[in-house]
Design a protein around this ligand. Sequence first.
Ligand code: KG4
Ligand code: ZN
Length: 344
Amino acid sequence: SEPLIVMGIESSCDETGVGIVAWDPAAPDGPVRLLADEVASSVAEHARYGGVVPEVASRAHLEAMVPTMRRALAAAGIEKPDAIAVTIGPGLAGALLVGVAAAKAYALAWDVPLYAVNHLGGHVAVDTLEHGPMPPCIALLVSGGHTHLLRVSDLGEPIEELGTTVDDAAGEAFDKVARLLGLGYPGGPAIDRLADGGDLAAIAFPRGMTGPRDARYDFSFSGLKTAVARYVEGCERRGEPVPMADVAASFQEAVADVLTMKAIRACRDFDVSTLVLGGGATANSRIRSLAQERCDAEGITLRVPKPRLCTDNGVMIATLGAHVIAGGAPPSPLTVATDPGMSV
Ligand code: KG4
Ligand code: ZN
């Protein structure tokens, strides 16, 4: 049978993504094939503010959407897809509107069905591109905008959220601590590099939300950020140099420890033997190595998409769209609304 070509449009944060995949409706569980992966990022425009500025992101999406779409069509060598999937949430309200408006306009003009999908589900689904069909799994999504622990039974079905952060996202904590240490934005990669030469046990930073009465799967990183700030202030007050590499390594260890501990806990609680990582902060070398170490010890299979697919992109939305269509879901009406605070 003819493959079905699905375009995915992503604009929930600072990446304008248009991805195109193909899959075979006769073998719905078979592999999804990547045809195009075009991303335009406004990250450089946010750097001087130390974080994503919603208005700047919306404007950048407006400018980038049509050129990114044209590049994706050209890369895939098609004039139009058979279906469009678009992120309706969670994300920045104005940013989401740009992608959803584009998706509706193209769906109408091309007379193809529109599928409104959840950004977080896309982070999980994208792993099937590289590693094949997804068994029931626990997913840990960590980026500048989100920190979620999810339970996924089937990609075509709704996902259950087990926990999330009660304050800062994990990537945001990296960005804030980097700022405090005078490193640039985004701070994650800078801390990761700096930590490489430091001692991860040098400073005992707090592990948030790990007490016996704390929520089992939720996270908190603002206390950790404050502890790092106090530590740095203490050094400065005493006129001592800040042991930058040790601070970075010990902070990174605190984040990686809590994230992986709770992810493994969820795998155990639900008797699931696959853990999937997603989101830009999974590029972190310690989060990856500690997750691998702890999964190995528990007999859990760890699946991590390659970095390019971990950060926000259109391919993840196209891939989730393919799974949703394969699951038999009806298309969304062209009146479908964005849902910035969407849970899973
Ligand atoms: O998924 P992403 O590109 O964008 C969203 O936030 O949605 O993730 C970016 C976040 C930033 O907070 C960045 O500091 C963090 O991921 N990040 C890292 C690393 N690389 C990126 N955090 C820790 N270690 C890294 N190597
Ligand atoms: Zn994301």
